[in-house]
Design a protein around this ligand. Structure first.
Ligand code: HEM
Length: 501
């Protein structure tokens, strides 16, 4: 019998480990090479092995401009590709091809980049998928029922009144107005009251830690999306940015936890019929009582999701609208005429009939969301193999749908950078491809708050316009739009307001 020394066994063991590693590495390498061959059939920036295009990517405003530059450059291609390290991303910049993703019931899973939102939003409605997402979507959809939206209309009117009073004071004191800040605070008050039944008075409390933390965490998450060096939690949380992320998280979660606990306590004898206003949180708390599998964390992740999705998006859209209205006097004149004819000289709150009659304002809001979709890009895992112009894309790959560029397709929007609300007149939009306009996304994962948002935008803008003339101070180029989670100006939107006589 052969006797094996301990060192021989050890050596054999090492050889086995190294061989195993080598086999795995070779398999991975072959797979990577075949992926490069298959993905690089689509156009894109020249890539480096392992790094992909990471070293070429810019940040903030320059990143959005880079996406725009390449989408225009590859405008005749069905899509283009971008390598984040070894991960290919298919950039969908044309509605016809995005349709392939949206029209399949299967492509409902968000891309891995959304995982960076999990510490904050958990797996709430925005980030979850599969059974969890469909159960939640069913549970939450009734919150946006027509009658409940009417209750929210009152909240919007009340908060718009507070905002216009603040603006009147600022105008009196001849102060420059950063309309983005004002609208953000107003939209935060609207969503807090509608979603949580809580008045946080962000409009009068300028130093809202919550508002600042939302802005900072959105920026941090976007940096993480695009920098593989920040992808590992282990490394990230040791860096200054990671520590800042945790600081923001603490502020955000403490805020929502406090509100939920207070509301839960208030609702011990939960009788929704008798409540003046039913907040979204009430319905969740009621569902929790009927279904013990719903936990406190489940509620919190939905509340966090709504607080985030429900205010920054609307505020950004309304702010870009002010910028565009303030730099297009003929549009502003038409808006003033329409608003005066619907509301007259009264100060009364807007009702549903008014909203229906503000048809030109509707066009302006649509065109603003075309040029400045609040969510400029969203990501999906491609869940079944698909065919793009004869090229196969395998399931499991990542798609990035760039609404910002889909909305600039010259085929549907001649002179695409021009602000022209009349593009959305029925006669001008009837032949447009259904997926050429997707500010609220499309398909099963579309925005659940769409009607809420449209209503809020109208109420806020109509209230500003009934009292003020808007003049923009800067050009869009000077404002440097940034495509973080939300499409926002780099440093606010300064405008001048003049009281209308
Ligand atoms: C102008 C305002 C808004 C715009 C442009 C907008 C746009 C979008 C878009 C593009 C998505 C899909 C995102 C993705 O796939 O990653 C989305 C999802 C969502 N939005 Fe909005 N949104 C707005 C306002 C709101 C409001 C006011 C609320 C809540 C009251 C809200 C709640 C949500 C939720 C919960 C989702 C996830 C839905 C799901 O996946 O089932 N949004 N929104």
């Amino acid at each position: 019998m052969i006797e094996l020394s301990f060192s021989t066994v050890l050596r054999a063991f090492y050889v086995l480990i190294v061989a195993n590693f080598l086999v795995k590495f070779i398999k991975w390498l072959l797979n990577y090479i075949s992926k490069i061959n298959s993905v690089n059939r689509f156009k894109g920036l020249p890539m480096l092995p392992l790094l992909g295009n990471i070293h070429q990517l810019k940040t903030k405003h320059e990143f959005l401009m880079q996406m725009r530059y390449f989408s225009y450059k590859y405008k005749n291609e069905p899509l283009w590709r971008l390598w984040l390290g070894t991960m290919p991303n298919y950039i969908f910049h044309r509605g016809e091809y995005a349709e392939i993703l949206f029209s399949s019931a299967k492509n409902t899973q968000k891309s891995v980049q959304y995982n960076f939102l999990h510490p904050w939003l958990g797996t709430g409605l925005l980030t979850s998928y599969g059974d969890k997402w469909s159960t939640r979507r069913r549970l939450i959809t009734p919150t946006f029922h027509f009658e409940i939206l009417n209750d929210f209309l009152n909240v919007m009117n009340e908060q718009a009144l507070i905002m216009t009073d603040i603006l009147k004071n600022l105008v009196k004191n001849k102060q420059e107005i950063n309309i983005f800040e004002r609208l953000k605070a107003c939209a935060l008050d609207v969503i807090c009251e509608s979603a949580m039944g809580q008045n946080v008075n962000a409009q009068n409390d300028h130093s809202s830690d919550y508002v600042n933390a939302v802005a900072r965490i959105s920026e941090l998450v976007t940096y993480r999306f695009f920098d593989p060096l920040e992808w590992s939690d282990f490394i990230y949380y040791k860096t200054q940015k990671g520590k800042d992320f945790k600081r923001c998280l603490k502020i955000l979660h403490e805020f929502t936890t406090k509100v939920i606990l207070e509301r839960d306590g208030d609702l011990d004898d939960l009788d929704l019929q008798s409540r003046k206003r039913i907040a979204f949180l009430d319905l969740l708390l009621k569902a929790k009582r009927g279904d013990p599998t719903i936990t406190f964390d489940d509620i919190r992740e939905e509340v966090d999701t709504f607080m985030f999705e429900g205010h920054d998006t609307t505020a950004a859209a309304a702010s870009w609208a002010c910028q565009l209205i303030g730099s297009h006097p003929h549009v502003q004149k038409k808006l003033h005429e329409e608003i005066d004819s619907v509301l007259g000289e009264s100060d009364r709150p807007l009702n549903n009939d008014d909203l229906k009659e503000l048809k030109y304002l509707d066009l302006v809001i649509k065109e603003t969301l075309r040029l400045f979709p609040s969510v400029p890009y969203f990501g999906r895992v491609i869940s079944e193999d698909c065919d793009i112009d004869g090229f196969k894309i395998l399931k499991g790959e990542t798609a990035v749908i760039v609404a910002y560029m889909i909305h600039r397709d010259e085929k549907y929007y001649p002179d695409p950078e021009k602000f022209d609300p009349e593009r959305f007149l029925p006669e001008n939009s009837k032949d447009r491809h259904p997926y050429a306009y997707i500010p609220f996304s499309a398909g099963r994962r579309n925005c659940i708050g769409q009607r809420f948002a449209q209503m809020e935008e109208k109420v806020l803008l109509a209230n500003i316009l009934r009292y003020f003339d808007i003049t923009s101070v800067k050009t869009i180029d000077e404002l440097k739009p940034v495509g973080d989670l939300i499409l926002h100006p780099n440093d606010g939107i300064p405008i001048e307001l003049k009281l209308r006589c």
